[in-house]
Design a binder for this molecule. Structure first.
Ligand SMILES: [Zn+2]
Length: 466
């Protein structure tokens, strides 16, 4: 029994006890108590389970400290023959979070006898189980009240068809300002939807408006980025109802892509909650998916990760259906829009990342101003919810100087270089504890803090003369 081996290894290991914790896990995770008394998944009938949860039962999520150990860091971030999945990392604390099974943890300990680690999630199937909705809200009828439905909608994470029906209801309720446009189809023939939010203005021509682009769900398992994008749309609609002449609405245009990876997102609801990439065929049989955020044609290099790996870039730039659809849309249909701002929402680690991702050697054209806006965003989040978001260049978050392919081909760099004056990637809550499995009770608080960030972004763009 693998778990016994693991438990013995854990008990015998003085390494665990000697972990000179640079942070207190208990205090770090103190606000992360389970949201509700949910049944344990083993007590649920098989047909009540959203997906096969037993696939995760050998795995745990641990936090490894690589403080002052570049060899360990490079080993873990790079390609090696021990199998695990990288979750997040914290550059300030110098830690990396890994999903790993007992056998591979033991192999890692053999490779690095001084390895220090802490448990983040010891019952992974249960943590996954708890992210699926208790109150299923399938197929929202189109004749119901939008606000009542919406209050219910944001209580839980929602699957693709529920999100689509909510967007349809939104469009039907506010036909003058909301347009859901299908701009392409994915590998599995799902609609690729952009939500265009535009309040008609008598003073400004539509095409002269500055546009803010907000995207979520590029990585399938990062559900909080999808719900937050939808929540920002909802808050803007509420602003529109109360103050239809507000400058934010009359002078700016908004493009949202709430689910930037529809195939991957659907897959997290039907098969594997922790899937990251899209779902298209690769040259290796039975290996699916390209990391969309490694697919953009700006300083693209082929990833060292193979086709089955989570950071696979594809064989050529724009091979991912989703990045190509978006590029075509920008070049053709939407060529006249002046894109002023771009915010790509991800999770987790509470970070505001600014260009460039591919290298720390290239200075962004306007670093002082990028920093000013980034710190303004961080401050507006802190004032809203008390949460602190760290500001740093994306290249540091991606460790691009250590392993150059890790930061190449991002949408952040592509949009900043070609399209948007201001561009950021925001990694949302939390800083560990739940990681990608943030409970649904955080949907509204995170939505509110990101809306505060977007409001700040809008007023900054409006006061900027460029
Ligand atoms: Zn991501």
């Amino acid at each position: 029994m693998k778990w016994e081996i693991f438990t013995v290894a854990l008990l015998l290991s003085s390494r665990v006890a000697s972990f000179q914790v640079p942070f207190k896990l208990s205090s770090l995770f103190s606000n992360s108590a389970p949201q509700q008394q949910q049944r344990h998944y083993t007590a649920a009938a098989p047909d009540e389970l959203p997906i096969d949860l037993l696939q995760y039962k050998e795995d745990i999520v641990i936090r490894i400290s690589y403080a002052n150990d570049e060899k360990l860091k490079k080993y873990i971030l790079g390609a090696n023959d021990i199998s695990y999945s990288k979750w997040g990392r914290n550059n300030r604390l110098q830690t990396i979070d890994l999903q790993i099974n007992a056998d591979n943890l033991i192999r890692l300990l053999e490779e690095f006898p001084a390895l220090q680690y802490e448990m983040m999630i010891d019952d992974l199937p249960q943590a996954i189980y708890e992210t699926y909705p208790v109150d299923k809200q399938q197929a929202i009828a189109q004749d119901v009240d939008f606000h009542t439905t919406t209050e219910f909608f944001f209580r839980e994470y929602r699957d693709l068809s529920t999100i689509d029906s909510w967007l349809n209801l939104l469009q039907a309720t506010y036909p003058d300002v909301i347009k859901v446009e299908e701009i392409g189809q994915t590998f599995e023939h799902r609609k690729y939807n952009v939500v265009h939010f535009s309040v008609p203005s008598e003073d400004i021509d539509h095409q002269d408006k500055k546009t803010l682009v907000i995207t979520g769900g590029v990585h399938a398992r990062e559900w909080i980025s999808v719900s937050s994008t939808l929540y920002v749309i909802y808050e803007l609609i509420q602003l529109y109802e109360s103050f239809p002449n507000s400058k934010v609405l009359t002078k700016l245009d908004f493009l949202f892509i709430p689910v930037s990876n529809p195939d991957g997102y659907e897959y997290t609801w039907t098969t594997d909650r922790l899937w990251r990439k899209n779902r298209q065929q690769t040259p290796v049989p039975n290996c699916f998916g390209i990391d969309i955020d490694h697919s953009y044609d700006y300083h693209w290099t082929k990833s060292s990760d193979w086709a089955c790996g989570e950071e696979y870039s594809g064989e050529t730039p724009f091979e991912a259906f989703e990045s190509r659809i978006w590029d075509n849309y920008l070049n053709e249909t939407n060529a006249h829009h002046v894109i002023s701002g771009y915010i790509d929402l991800h999770s987790y680690s509470q970070e505001i990342l600014y260009p460039y991702a591919y290298s720390c050697n290239q200075q962004p054209r306007d670093e002082e101003n990028l920093l000013e806006l980034a710190y303004g965003i961080a401050r507006s989040i802190r004032l809203q919810s008390g949460q602190s978001y760290q500001v740093l260049p994306a290249c540091i978050d991606k460790d691009a100087d250590l392993l150059p392919d890790l930061g190449s081909g991002t949408s952040l760099d592509f949009m900043y270089h070609n399209r948007a004056y201001w561009a950021y990637q925001l990694k949302l809550r939390d800083t560990g504890g739940h990681g990608f499995l943030l409970p649904s009770k955080y949907i509204v608080p995170v939505g509110n803090e990101i809306f505060a960030a977007i409001k700040y972004f809008c007023s900054f763009i409006l006061s900027d003369d460029r």
